[in-house]
Design a protein around this ligand. Structure first.
Ligand SMILES: Nc1ncnc2c1ncn2[C@@H]1O[C@H](COP(=O)(O)OP(=O)(O)O)[C@@H](O)[C@H]1O
Ligand SMILES: [Mg+2]
Length: 250
């Protein structure tokens, strides 16, 4: 099952959301950093062995393995973070992303058919982005947006422009913990007014300490457990799995 997280504009928190959702995911999952502007998690998160992730394996190795129709297991290209998330580290420059060219398409097919769930961080995406096949192939598409009118309106325009068949759209709103639930309802209203068909928006609070402990390597079952962010992420992860009709272990 492939879940694609992306944004229409700006940097609302796509990468952080992908990380936290993967940390609380109830089934085996791999994050693939597929943001053409470059991956971030290697620099932001502690690796399982301490220190930073190694330079490879990474997404370049994964797509190279897909050249010539070869099959590969996405997990083989992932590295474990200290928080327990397995991540296929992204490119280090837009030039590397361009070099991947048509193999993004092959990656999308592989990610959608992988024997583990895949959360793809697509970063900001446009209709002409080389990573569009990942959005098209996704079982659940999660546009991430800030709880501000400009962000909501841009996301609405984007959804109307880039709309793809199949799959489900589950917007994810990030905002202040006290107001973000109400913000999510505003998002539903603005999207519906524009004729966008999407599931009711899910939401995550802005919780800097909560995010820092996960990045620093705390497990969401351990020291990270009580944070607002982790608790909210469990609800969001459940909704994503539910909207894909995925079986969740009891
Ligand atoms: N839920 C959150 N709580 C606190 N800070 C967050 C949260 N999500 C994102 N941020 C912060 O916002 C900034 C942008 O987040 P990032 O995930 O890199 O966005 P994007 O991938 O959309 O560019 C980072 O400094 C990150 O620490
Ligand atoms: Mg990002």
């Amino acid at each position: 099952m492939l879940t694609a997280l992306y944004s229409a504009k700006g940097a609302p928190g796509v990468t952080s959301s992908a990380l936290v959702l993967a940390a609380v995911w109830s089934r085996p999952v791999v994050v693939i950093e597929a943001d053409p502007t470059g991956g971030d998690l290697a620099y932001r998160c502690r690796a399982a062995g301490g220190g930073q992730l190694a330079a490879s394996p990474n997404v370049l190795g994964l797509v190279a393995a897909l050249r010539g129709e070869r099959q590969t297991d996405v997990s083989e290209w992932a590295q474990p973070l200290a928080c327990g998330v397995n991540v296929v580290a992204g490119v280090q420059s837009p030039a590397q992303a361009r070099g991947i060219g048509d193999l993004w398409r092959r990656l999308a097919v592989t990610a959608a058919g992988a024997n583990v769930d895949v959360i793809a961080d697509l970063g900001r995406i446009e209709r002409t982005s080389p990573t569009m096949p990942l959005l098209t192939a996704a079982d659940v598409r999660v546009p991430v947006l800030a709880a501000s009118l400009d962000s909501i309106v841009h996301t609405r325009g984007h959804l109307l422009d880039v709309l793809v068949d199949g799959g489900r759209t589950l917007p994810l709103v990030l905002g202040k913990s006290r107001t973000v639930a109400a913000d999510a309802r505003d998002v539903d209203e603005v999207l519906a007014q524009g004729g966008v068909i999407a599931a009711p928006a899910a939401y995550l609070p802005l919780d800097h300490p909560g995010l820092s402990v996960i990045e620093g390597g705390a497990s969401p079952a351990g020291r990270g457990r009580g944070s607002q962010l982790v608790r909210a992420a469990r609800t969001v992860a459940g909704r994503v799995l539910e909207s894909a009709g995925a079986e969740v272990p009891a």
